[in-house]
Design a protein. Structure first.
Lengths: 256, 228
C-alpha cells in the first residue's frame, strides 16, 4: 500500500511569527489522522496549507491522483486543483458559513456537489440530498430552506453532508464538531467511521476535543507553537503521552 | 507467538516534579500458540502495564517484544494497527464505544475490521450475544446504557468475535455472575483450542485453574515505587 496523501516539511511563517514549521506526515486510504494542540499552536494553519486554502513558504504536498498517480500538488494547473477540490477532496470548515452557499437552499447546497461530478437528474439529486439530510439528522422538511435560516449546529451538519455526499477520497476537517450538540456529535462520528470503513476514505481532522480523537483517529499529532511535539498511535499518545505538553493536554481533560 | 525480552517501563510525570515511576524491570517471558498464561501479582505490580505494552497502548521504550511477525519496538503505528485488526485481540476492563451505536453493531465492528463479511459477522455476533445472555431485545440499544456486567460481556463479545491468533484479557470475569463466568471461561477455552496464544489477568484463582496452563508472577519484574 502507498500513501494517498503526503506532506513534506511544510513551513508557513506570518512575518517573524511561525505558523507551522517543518511538519511532515502521510495518510493512507482508510486512515484518520487527528491533529491536536491549543489555540495558536498552528494546527489550523497547517490544515489550510496542506489543503491548498493558503500558500506556504516551503515544503511540498503530494496526492495520489486517480488518473496519474502520486503528484506534487504545486505542479497542477488551477483548473485541475479546483476540479480536485470539488471531487476527490473536501474541506469541512470550522465556521459553516465558509463552506456553504448561504443564498442557496439546503438541498441545493448538497446537490451542487453532486452536479459537480456529473449528476443531472433532478429527482435523483433531490432524493440523494434528502437522504443525506436525514443521515446528519436534519429534518427533510427543511430541504428548501436557505442555510441562514438554520442554527449554527444545523449549518455545520449541512456542511458535512455537502462535503460527504460525493464520497471524496480525502476530507480535511477543522473543528467539525465544535458547535454541535453532543447527541448529534456521536451520530456524526459514527457516520464518519462507517464511511472510513466502507469507502476507505481518509480524514485529516483538526480538533481540540480529545474524545473525538480517541473515538475517530487511528494516529495523532500533538502541535505546540507550530511544531509537532509528539506523534503516534492515537490511543498510545492519549494513554501514555511522552512529551510534557501532551501530558498537560491529556491530564487537563475534565471527566463527565 | 508472544516473545518478551528485557522489557522495562518507566513513566515520567513532567508536571508532577518530573517524578519517574518504574513499573517494570527486565520482564522476559514467552507464550506459544494454544497456550493460556495468567499474569499474577498484587495490585500495582505491573500486570496491566504488560498487557498494554503488548497491545501497543503503552510505548515500548526499553526491551524487545515480538508478537507473531511484528517487532513492536520497530513497528510503525500503521503496522501496530494492522496487527490489532487481524492478529491481536484485547478485552479491556472497560467498554469504550461511541454513544448511540447499537450493541449488535458494536460487536460486529472488530469482526468487520478483521475482514469478515457483514453477514458472517452478524451471525457470529448474535451467537455470542446469545451465549453471553444479553437478551435480544437489548441488541439494538447502545451498550453504554447497560449494567457493568452486561457491558463487560459486550466487551468480551467484541474481543472474542474474530478468531485472533493472539489474545490479551484484562480481568474478563471480574464482574460476572457464576453462569456468565462459566460461559466466558468456555469461550476462552475454545479460543485456546483453536490455537490462540492467550495472556490474561484473572483475579479469580478458580478461573486461572480452569483455563490457564501456567502462571507468570509479575512481581518478579516489578520494582515497587522507586522515585528518582
Amino acid at each position: 500500500m502507498t500513501a494517498l496523501f503526503s506532506a513534506k516539511s511544510i513551513t508557513k511563517k506570518y512575518g517573524r511569527q511561525i505558523g507551522c514549521e517543518d511538519v511532515s506526515f502521510d495518510v493512507y486510504a482508510g486512515e484518520v489522522l487527528g491533529i491536536v494542540g491549543e489555540s495558536g499552536s498552528g494546527k489550523s494553519t497547517l490544515l489550510n496549507c496542506i489543503s491548498g486554502q493558503i500558500g506556504f513558504d516551503s515544503g511540498s504536498v503530494h496526492f495520489d491522483m486517480r488518473d496519474r498517480g502520486f503528484c506534487d500538488m504545486a505542479t497542477l494547473s488551477e483548473p485541475e486543483r479546483r476540479f480536485l477540490a470539488r471531487t476527490d477532496m473536501a474541506f469541512v470548515h470550522q465556521n459553516p458559513r465558509d463552506g456553504l452557499r448561504m443564498a442557496v437552499s439546503a438541498g441545493g447546497n448538497i446537490g451542487e456537489r453532486l452536479m459537480n461530478i456529473g449528476a443531472r437528474h433532478y429527482g435523483d439529486i433531490r432524493a440523494t440530498a434528502s437522504e443525506w439530510m436525514s443521515r446528519v439528522e436534519l429534518s427533510t422538511n427543511r430541504i428548501d430552506d436557505r442555510p441562514f435560516a438554520f442554527s449554527g449546529g444545523m449549518q455545520q451538519r449541512l456542511q458535512i453532508a455537502r462535503n460527504l455526499v460525493t464520497a471524496p477520497r480525502l476530507i480535511f476537517m477543522d473543528e467539525p464538531t465544535g458547535g454541535l450538540d453532543v447527541s448529534v456529535q456521536a451520530r456524526l462520528l459514527d457516520l464518519l467511521r462507517g464511511l472510513v470503513q466502507e469507502l476507505g476514505l481518509a480524514v485529516i481532522i483538526v480538533t481540540h476535543d480529545l474524545a473525538v480523537v480517541r473515538m475517530l483517529a487511528d494516529r495523532m499529532m500533538v502541535m505546540q507553537q507550530g511544531r509537532v511535539v509528539e506523534e503516534g498511535l492515537a490511543d498510545q499518545v492519549l494513554d501514555d503521552p511522552q512529551h510534557a505538553y501532551s501530558q498537560l493536554l491529556v491530564s487537563s481533560v475534565l471527566q463527565v | 507467538m508472544f516473545d518478551v525480552r528485557n522489557v522495562s517501563k518507566t513513566f515520567c510525570l513532567h508536571h508532577q516534579g518530573g517524578t519517574e515511576i518504574t513499573v517494570l524491570k527486565d520482564a522476559s517471558f514467552q507464550v506459544g500458540s494454544g497456550e493460556c498464561v495468567a499474569l499474577t501479582g498484587p495490585s500495582g505490580a505491573g500486570k496491566s502495564t504488560i498487557l498494554r505494552l503488548l497491545y501497543g497502548n503503552y510505548l515500548l521504550q526499553d526491551g524487545y517484544i515480538r508478537i507473531g511477525n511484528t517487532d513492536l519496538a520497530k513497528a510503525a503505528p500503521r503496522d501496530i494497527l494492522s496487527m490489532r485488526q487481524s492478529h491481536l485481540g484485547y478485552v479491556s476492563q472497560f467498554l469504550r464505544v461511541l454513544p448511540r451505536v447499537s450493541t449488535l453493531k458494536v460487536v460486529c465492528e472488530p469482526m468487520l475490521k478483521a475482514g469478515m463479511d457483514a453477514v458472517a459477522a452478524e451471525t457470529r455476533a448474535k451467537d455470542l450475544l446469545h451465549k453471553l445472555r444479553i437478551p435480544d431485545r437489548l441488541w439494538h440499544l447502545s451498550p453504554l446504557t447497560f449494567s457493568g456486567g452486561e457491558q463487560q460481556r459486550v466487551n468480551i463479545a467484541r474481543g472474542l468475535g474474530p478468531t485472533y491468533p493472539a489474545l490479551l484479557l484484562d480481568e474478563p470475569t471480574a464482574s460476572l455472575d457464576a453462569a456468565n463466568r462459566e460461559t466466558v471461561l468456555e469461550l476462552i477455552n475454545v479460543a485456546r483450542q483453536d490455537g490462540a496464544a492467550i495472556i490474561g489477568i484473572f483475579h479469580d484463582k478458580a478461573a486461572r485453574e480452569q483455563v490457564c496452563d501456567r502462571e507468570i508472577d509479575v512481581s518478579n519484574f516489578g520494582v515497587g515505587y522507586v522515585h528518582a
